[in-house]
Design a protein around this ligand. Sequence first.
Ligand code: ANZ
Ligand code: ZN
Length: 828
Amino acid sequence: MKRYNPAEIEPKWQQTWASTSAYEAIDFSDRPKFVLLTEFPYPSGAGLHIGHAREYTLGDIIARYKRAQGYNVLYPMGFDAFGLPTENFAIKHKIAPQVATEQNIANFLQQFRELGCSFDWSRSFSTTDPEYYKWTQWLFLQFFRAGLAYQDEVAINWCPRCKTGLANEEVVSGQHERCGCAVEKKLLKQWMLRITDYADRLIEGLQTVDYPSRIADQQINWIGKKTGINITYQVSNSQQPAAITVFTTRPDTNFGATFVVLAPEHPLVTELLAGKIKLQSGEIPVEAIKAYVEAAASKTDLERQEEGRQKTGVFTGLKVKNELNGAELPVWISDFVLVGFGTGALVGVPGHDQRDFQFAEAFDLPVIRVVVGKDGDETPITQPQQVQEESGVMVNSGFLDGLGVHAATEKIMDYLEEQGWGERVTNYRLRDWIFSRQHYWGEPIPVIHCPECGTVPVPEADLPVELPVVESYEPTDDGKSPLSQIADWVNVKCPVCGGAAQRETDTMPNWAGSSWYYLRYFDAHNDQAFAERKKLDYWSQSSNAGAVDLYLGGMEHTTLHLLYSRFWHQFFYDQGLVPTPEPYAVRRGQGIILASDGRKMSKSLGNVINPSEVIQSGYGADALRVAIAFIAPFDQTTPWSPEGVAGTYRFLNRIWVLAQEFLAAPDSKLAAENPARTRLIHQTIKKVTADLEALQFNTAVASLMECVNGLYKLGVDRAALETLAQLLAPFAPHLAAELWLQLGHSDLLEEAGWPVYQEKYLAADEVTIVVQVAGKVRARLTVPTEKASDEAYLSSIAQSDEKVKTFLGSTPVKKVIVVPKKLVNLVV
Ligand code: ANZ
Ligand code: ZN
């Protein structure tokens, strides 16, 4: 008998698939379209890792399943190749990033092929192809023309190691998310994209698409929309008139305000330090304020806001008047107040805000209760546990007393506005997107600076602005891109007036190319437009707002790539460039595969699993694919198990052996007609289909395993083996194709369709057994037909039936009479 040898089968089928167009999507086909996107990889020197393999294998399973069902499946793949790792590699090894990228892509292609992925390679591209980034640049110019791309001198996040500016989204816990280096602030002229114009749309759009709630919540929190009111307090003890405006979401608690706090960077603090404001009596402690402000400047926002941290601060000597109750509130400076949020000043209500309570405790400021919560506690607040932050009823609050907090909030906002003391506002945490990078390996920003005409877009006919060949890719310390050193590239004629002008030398962030890549797959080779409208229309037809039917990807980058690309798409929609308001109809995230020891896989720990090594060790791609599908529910983070592949290899080998035995003797008694086998096959079709619809890959594999176990007991015939091959095909496409061939088919398995179960075969054959106690019918039991003649079984289930037990009580059973398929009589 021929042995199951994936090393022989798999390359052969990969060759066949590469030479047919079986996996190419067809523009304008009558069949229903299905656009399945998996995040395209960054082609690093390390090659595909097992995390990639999980994403692309699961995607491939769906692609093959949908194709079998008759969908016109677009399952594309490309490369997101601009960015720092390649640039750093290029610097270190003195090799052009273009060349390094080409080599890495060739390696990735080989690995994709080895995995048996059914991508439509005819639509592939790299974001670094000038034919592609021409359109990234063109799309940037649409933002520019619409006023959504602008330049501004801002204090940006600066990574001193990578020597580049960063977007807020790229700073995690005060560190550059890529290199872990502590981020500094640096004042630089930057290109910005006005994502804040889309803050509301980015929140509302989430209602029209299907994302995991965790991802939607993260985006909503990141945008951080807060509705509240700005209240202005007059300073009551200064020689010069002065006022402080605070932002609060809880004006209902304002009768409980006992102090006001300014951020150290607040403009009033600068005025105090400059001596512009004097007290009516006494002195402002300028030296102490100065020392405090300097100390705060060296801390990150995260350090400043750390929960439970001992609050620090300094009193200014100023007081403001709360018009509501005439209270005098001392004005403090503290670094837990951030300059970038609200007005950079807050009103402290220590009875109902934990941070304010900590501040009041630290400086012995009064605490007033104005809300009684569910616990009914009305006593003075002296403990942090008593701080009632959420719901409750107002007390000690004048005309608000007795109202719930929400009604009180509305009422006092109306009142403050009527009196002219406050103004309702909405604040966002989201900031505009810092879009320039001071690096070589990115898309040049396609504008020209002319001393006469200002900032002028590069004319469309001159796109792409190609990256020039340079000697050195090293970034500089002065915050200028290496492109600035190539005089004959920088110096150009102004496209408007023809005078001497200079190119912009900053490049785009690596998030630019991935913000619209899915659209390019719809029309990958168009050199007249980023994509033809007719093709965009065809591929975007959707049951909801999104163009891509299913987008599988990682759990990270939910506030980076996933938010950025939604912003780009919404803008394109407004410009009439795309037919749908959202890019992705459904988003699902696969979990991470950890090392076997439960730690994150990393080069430095030496615990990285390379899918190619697993394949080449003899298990083959199919066993790896099935192991990946089987390892855990697909959205769960899970450790890699080396035994897993050994197990799935044995499983595939059992299928192989079963098929070979049948093929050696197709007319043996094994192959006889068998209703139990038919039922098993139809049950398996039903289960695997439902599981694939729900992305429950692991339970689908489990039912295939059960099915194979059943077939070993029940025997196989040709029909059973054919259906098994069809069901197996998405998971183990090489083995399935080989069995299909061995079963005598000359056409590709791809064309055989997806099996459909028939209800009539599903019903389990069952028999009703009557149970008598002392000759009287006391119960009826349903048992499977194959058990209906098993006397020991029938006797035991009859005596353990609850109803029967109550009739028996403590009376012992003397004898059991069994009539197979009919009756059990308990003689007492
Ligand atoms: C008074 C108040 C009373 C507040 C109360 C809260 C509870 P959240 O809490 O996330 O919804 N705030 C305002 N500006 C700030 C700044 N620049 N830095 C730090 N905190 C600031 O955000 C809104 C609340 O954050 C505001 O409402 C304010 O404290 C504080 F029982 O005002 B609140
Ligand atoms: Zn000009």
